[in-house]
Ligand binder design. Structure first.
Ligand code: PLP
Ligand code: ZN
Length: 500
């Protein structure tokens, strides 16, 4: 619809006005820092930051119902700056003027209810939200759209000059960073650091295709992250990992969309999220809390984080029930099929600790959990989901495995409806499916395929023919007819088809 098709009142609310009020807030010393420059950590104490809106209470001048209407009406507009994560402009980054927003098709990813058969197999009502249907095929585009809009704002309005962005990645952050940076070329260039051999070929191809400078570094993600932090501390680069608090703002849009998709009624909802660097789960909790504070939603969903037993520092931390006795311990990770979440020292751990505390304070104890799953369960669940119409990656499989684990523990029951984050598109991680089908996982992953979940192509080559068609050498006449009928008969026999 066109803006002029709406009432004067609606029109005035639909186009957001840039607002002041955003500040960096340190999670350590609580100090506030102005947002006129890009900060990743507190200049005073070095702790990570969140971006807060000191004028958030202004938003309460509109009722929750009014905000619902604004966000719903914006869905009908053909204005690029309001199509993606900035549909929720006032909740995401209200300082950003519309002309700085970069819309590459991110957000509004489909929430697909699992088929009746799959729900009965799992024993729960659930949806997958397909964040793999973002432009670089993972949820990271949400945060990247916010971080790049801010960088664009610094360039356009704050005289920032040309910017070189840098990030460490388990594959998906780099794909998103390179994609968004390439759109802002030549003002923004991108360089990415990847742990050599620890991202999939598809993920390596993505930043190369976007023209980024790609560095393969020995070790695992945690090693790359340290190098990137050193670069950001000592050189003129813009760090695009989720240490960058603008990324968190963008990722909050996942929560806003889930709420909108469920008509803002989240009673009995459980949000299931794989945890790697812990940025996404932090952002999702924060997003729901913002909506709750503005009375856009009247209940907070349960949050369920999931980690593989090969990379589970957050699970280990929360396995101590007494908050006073919990001790943070980074770990050395082992190879995991949930490779994108194979992180032993998550940068956003302080955010999780603080936000989970605030979340449970508002939602009530027992509304934040972290469960652990094994590699076998991740793979079986991914294959199971995808055989019923989903497009889950290994991390998406981890979400389903996590839901099952939470049900087994009695955390989630029949009264719940779960929304599972399929954080990336399964094609990015297709090599793991291949390993499952060919039964050749590295021993340390400890995955044995279930026979009935394996699949493989069969050759359909009829016997008794003198020639077969080949590229550039087609068959003709009787020879071709014989080839067609013999091949069809062979396939019909394999399929057990009845003759008409
Ligand atoms: C596909 C995918 N799923 C899950 C994660 C974990 O998300 P986070 O690092 O925000 O916890 C990542 C990245 O680390 C990822 O790329
Ligand atoms: Zn501080």
């Amino acid at each position: 619809m066109k803006l002029e098709d709406f009432s004067a009142q609606d029109q005035s609310d639909l186009l957001p006005e840039p607002q002041k009020g955003l500040v960096y807030r340190c999670l350590g010393c609580q100090k506030e820092h102005p947002i006129d420059q890009l900060l990743y950590t507190c200049p005073e104490c070095g702790q990570v930051l969140l971006i807060e809106n000191n004028e958030f209470s202004e938003l309460k001048k509109k009722s929750g119902k009014r905000w619902q209407r604004i966000f719903d009406l914006r869905k009908t507009l053909n204005i690029p700056a309001l199509k993606g994560i900035f549909r929720f402009h006032e909740l995401v980054a209200p300082v950003i003027p519309a002309d700085c927003v970069i819309y590459l098709g991110e957000g509004s990813t489909p929430m697909v209810e699992a088929s009746g058969l799959l729900q009965s197999q799992v024993g729960a009502r659930f949806y997958y939200k397909n964040d793999g249907q973002n432009p670089s095929a993972s949820f990271k585009d949400r945060g990247m759209a916010a971080a790049m809009a801010y960088i664009n704002y610094l360039i356009k309005y704050k005289g920032a000059g040309k910017i070189l962005s840098v990030c460490a990645s388990t594959g998906d952050t780099s794909a998103a960073a390179a994609l968004y940076a390439s759109y802002l070329s030549p003002n923004v260039a991108s360089s990415v650091l990847l742990p050599k051999g620890k991202v999939t070929p598809q993920q390596l191809a993505q930043p190369l295709g976007s023209g980024a400078q790609v560095f393969e570094v020995p070790g695992v993600f945690d090693d790359c992250m340290k190098v990137v932090e050193h670069l950001a501390e000592n050189f003129q680069v813009a760090l695009l990992n989720s240490k960058n608090p603008w990324r968190i703002l963008g990722q909050e849009s996942y929560a806003f969309e889930v709420a909108q998709e469920l008509d803002y009624d989240l009673k009995g909802t459980v949000i299931v999220v794989p945890i790697g660097n812990a940025g996404n789960i932090s952002a999702i909790m924060r997003g729901f809390m913002k909506m709750y504070e503005l009375e856009i939603i009247d209940s907070l969903p349960m949050i369920l984080g999931v980690q593989s037993h090969h990379a589970d520092p957050v699970f280990q931390y929360y396995s101590e029930p007494d908050p006073e006795k919990r001790e943070w311990q980074p770990m050395t990770v082992k190879p995991s099929v949930a490779q994108a979440a194979m992180i032993g020292n998550p940068v956003s751990m302080p955010r999780v600790v603080e936000l989970a505390r605030r979340y449970e304070k508002t939602a009530g104890a027992g509304n934040f959990h972290v469960v652990q799953v094994n590699e076998q369960a991740i793979m079986d669940s991914m294959i199971q989901a995808n055989r019923h119409g989903h497009i889950a990656c290994t991390q998406g499989g981890e979400s389903l495995a996590g839901l099952k684990a939470a049900m087994a523990k009695g955390i989630v029951g029949k009264e719940h409806t779960a929304v599972l984050d399929a954080t990336a598109h399964h094609l990015k991680f297709i090599g793991f499916q291949q390993m499952y089908f060919e039964d050749n996982f590295p021993a340390e992953m400890g995955v044995t395929p279930e026979k009935e979940l394996q699949n493989y192509p069969r050759e359909a080559v009829p016997s008794g023919l003198v020639r077969l068609p080949a590229p550039g050498n087609p068959l003709e006449g009787e020879e071709f007819k014989a080839f067609v009928s013999k091949t069809a008969e062979l396939i019909a026999k394999e399929l057990g088809l009845k003759v008409r």
